[in-house]
Ligand binder design. Structure first.
Ligand SMILES: Nc1nc2c(ncn2[C@@H]2O[C@H](COP(=O)(O)OP(=O)(O)OP(=O)(O)O)[C@@H](O)[C@H]2O)c(=O)[nH]1
Ligand SMILES: [Mg+2]
Length: 447
């Protein structure tokens, strides 16, 4: 027996599902429900919920939407619709209901009482996916913190969570109930202790990241962040540009940890960062827990907003709005931006034209085929060039480090050796010119 087989058997034993069944949640079959506030028939929302459920290993058996101004505050659906839902659960053989909105604890309790099957909400599904995809120590801490905060707000029994910590996934999947209410007070205390411990650990992790970031800033290399909806192709694009070999997958939230690599274009070096994808109604617990990760985007000099250009217009625009609002929320609303429509290879000529018409600040690319990538790099170069400022400096011979730094930020440098030092003319990013102001000569101010 190979070691691989052994692991598999161990996992099956843990999950208690017997031979052959790898994912205990594959047996979970959901009715996806949602309230549509706008025009009826627009079930973009449930498409995405289904996709999230698929990523979490849950099959969507059936869907049900109700059109109303706001969800019912007690039961999410109205009474009549709830009766329909009961019938639909029976008919479809579903054993789970998944709701497209985050449910108030009261709504969740009432729904479960009325329906007799576990009810999970969008936030729980997203948290579950994050938990599955977290690999780094920091990522795991961040997800655990977000889950605990979500569970604490629901006074939900935490034994599932704590057991998962010690022994992997022993739970029967998302939506599994904990023990009786009597346990809850103890659980809450445990949860609060654990939350404090997690926050402490995360602060520690953040400090070491800050050191790394500070080093990067000192190196003065222009930084570009890839931001965009989950599954837009950010990691594929990072790989195409830098040859990074970052993991790519056709599932939501494949990437959780930021990766930074460098590339050269037009004689200048840049840093490119790929990080966690965004989604509509991104759970606030995750925004909070992933603050440090999201900050990678905030600190960039330029953001490339990667959009899946092969999506239908309504879904694409909803995705773009979601990205805009998350960028705003994390304080990156003002950072200069380039729009990159990806997956051009999936579009016919007409589709391409429709996508790019009237979009002066957008580029079309295919991370998969490499098409348009030079154009994107030119656009990045141009965005930085717009902020370049000419400087004329006299750098003494014993200040070689300054000269090196200048070469890094300026790319091409014109130099003339003189008795008292090197006279250089170059164009440097405006934000960085103050670093060289002490050496400025010839009436041109570098400050
Ligand atoms: N046809 C085509 N597929 C692409 C292209 N770029 C990415 N993909 C596919 O789209 C899926 C998602 O790509 P990723 O690079 O993992 O997307 P991401 O934006 O990093 O996603 P998250 O990490 O989940 O936020 C993968 O299956 C890729 O192979 C492209 O230009 N053309
Ligand atoms: Mg990715």
């Amino acid at each position: 027996m190979t070691p691989g087989d052994d692991t598999e058997t161990a996992r099956e034993r843990r999950s208690g599902t017997g031979a052959g069944v790898r994912n205990p949640r594959a047996r979970q079959r959901a009715v996806a429900i949602g309230v549509v506030r706008g025009t009826p028939g627009e079930d973009v929302e449930l498409d995405e919920l289904s996709e999230l459920l698929r990523t979490a290993g849950v099959a969507t058996e059936s869907r049900m939407v109700q059109q109303r101004a706001e969800p019912d505050p007690d039961r999410y659906f109205g009474r009549g619709k709830l009766d329909e839902l009961k019938v639909e659960i029976k008919r479809s053989g579903a054993n789970l209901v998944a709701c497209d909105d985050e449910l108030a604890p009261r709504q969740e309790r009432n729904l479960e009482g009325a329906l007799g099957v576990p009810v999970i909400d969008r936030t729980a599904v997203i948290l579950d996916i994050f938990a599955d995809h977290a690999h780094s120590a920091a990522g795991k801490l961040q997800v655990e913190l977000a889950q605990l905060e979500y569970n604490l707000a629901r006074m939900r029994g935490l034994w599932t969570h704590l057991e998962r910590l010690g022994a992997g996934r022993m739970d029967g999947g998302i939506g599994t109930r904990g023990p009786g209410e009597s346990q809850i007070e103890t659980d809450r205390r445990l949860a609060r202790d654990r939350i404090s411990a997690l926050r402490r650990e995360l602060r520690h992790v953040e400090r070491s990241r800050e050191t790394m970031r500070a080093e990067r800033e000192r190196s003065a290399i222009p930084t570009v962040a890839l931001a965009g909806y989950t599954n837009a192709g950010k990691s594929t694009l990072l790989n195409a540009i830098t040859g990074a070999g970052v993991g790519v997958g056709d599932r939501l939230f494949h990437t959780l940890d930021p990766t930074t690599r460098s590339f050269e274009h037009g004689g200048r070096r840049y840093l490119l960062t790929d990080t966690v994808g965004f989604i509509r109604k991104l759970p606030h617990q995750l925004v909070d827990a992933f603050k440090a990760t999201l900050e990678e985007t905030t600190l960039a000099d330029l953001i490339v907003h990667v959009v899946d250009g092969s999506e239908p217009p309504a879904a694409r625009e909803a995705a773009m709005r979601a990205v805009d609002s998350v960028l705003e929320e994390i304080g990156a609303g003002e950072t200069p931006r380039i729009l990159a429509y990806n997956k051009l290879d999936l579009l016919d000529p007409e589709g391409r034209r429709d996508l790019l018409v009237g979009e002066r600040h957008a580029v079309g690319v295919s991370a998969a085929t490499g098409e348009g990538i030079e154009g994107l790099l030119d656009a990045i170069e141009a965005a930085f060039a717009a902020t370049l400022e000419p400087v004329e400096l006299l750098i003494p011979y014993d200040e070689g480090a300054i000269l090196n730094e200048l070469h890094e930020v300026a790319g091409e440098v014109e130099r003339e050796d003189r008795e008292d030092g090197v006279l250089v003319r170059a164009r440097v990013p405006r934000d960085l010119s103050h670093r060289f102001s002490a050496y400025s000569v010839g009436g041109r101010s570098a400050a």
